[in-house]
Design a protein. Structure first.
Length: 282
């Protein structure tokens, strides 16, 4: 269900995992950076802090800034866990080379309920740049409007569920059961998607379907803008919004939830680090 503010009894929604235990507390224990509440969210008796992390605490204006986000869809948790691991044990490696803004879990209520949408039925990744009043979307858009920095890169960590219901117009399509990624970069010389795919370890299967969700797939890489076929990806996703307003390079990663959690986190973590290595080297 994708209509906004669907009436429902939020307290009847089953809770599958704890946002406080798995996200809020680990972030509170970080020894690096600054954790900020962008907005307080409320769904019935469920209360959440929508959080951002800035590293280092004092930005170096002469260094590039990278935006990383995860958990836009609540039933895609591997990206959230990969970001928490990166903040805890990996971000220091880059402290003298770049600044980071991290939105570790964009959809706290969906994360708890293990649902694609927020608890009111809104798909956040179809709601950016369309004037949505959805609080998670409004909070991130406000932050991005008020921040004057351009991002060298935005990486948005996603997953794919082969068993999930298809969206309108996608019925009957073959479901990806392996990993792939989207890259939006008009300057072909600066693209890194193929190198990210080539960096995968043996056993991390790449989706080789010629089309994924009506988009042209080149051995695991859906390259924008030439691969555009599906209008819903032009406006609505978070990466489309940042591409329009704050960056000229976005990567959206996709791991299949049919893999083990350990394997999904490892691939997301590898892609994040490899992307940073390639972009900062250039």
């Amino acid at each position: 269900m994708s209509s906004e503010h669907v009436p429902r009894n939020y307290d009847d929604i089953p809770i599958r995992r704890s946002y406080d235990r798995e996200v809020t507390r680990p972030l509170a224990g970080l020894k690096v950076g600054t954790v900020t509440t962008l907005r307080r969210l409320r769904y019935g008796s469920h209360n959440y802090h929508l959080l951002s992390v800035q590293y280092p605490a004092a930005f170096a204006p002469e260094r590039p800034t990278v935006l990383v986000s995860g958990g836009v869809h609540g039933d895609e948790p591997a990206g959230v866990y990969a970001l928490l691991d990166f903040l805890n044990s990996g971000v220091r490696e880059y402290g003298d080379r770049c600044n980071f803004v991290v939105f570790p879990c964009v959809n706290p209520s969906g994360f708890e309920a293990d649902t694609r949408c927020a608890m009111n039925g809104v798909d956040l990744n179809r709601s950016f740049g369309v004037g949505s009043a959805q609080p998670e979307v409004a909070a991130l858009e406000e932050w991005l409007r008020n921040d004057v920095r351009r991002f060298r890169l935005h990486i948005d960590l996603h997953e794919d569920n082969p068993e999930a219901p298809r969206e309108e117009g996608e019925e009957g399509e073959e479901n990806p059961r392996a990993c792939y990624l989207y890259e939006w970069m008009c300057d072909h010389r600066r693209r890194i998607g193929r190198q990210l795919i080539d960096a995968l370890p043996h056993g991390a299967a790449v989706c080789l379907l010629p089309m994924i969700w009506r988009e042209a797939n080149d051995r695991g890489v859906i390259a924008y803008s030439e691969a555009f076929r599906n209008a819903k990806y032009v406006v609505g996703p978070l990466d489309a919004y940042t591409m329009k307003h704050r960056t000229d390079h976005t990567i959206v990663t996709e791991t299949p939830v049919i893999w083990s959690m350990e394997k999904r986190i490892a691939v997301q973590r590898l892609w994040l680090r490899k992307a940073l290595e390639l972009v900062l080297a250039g």
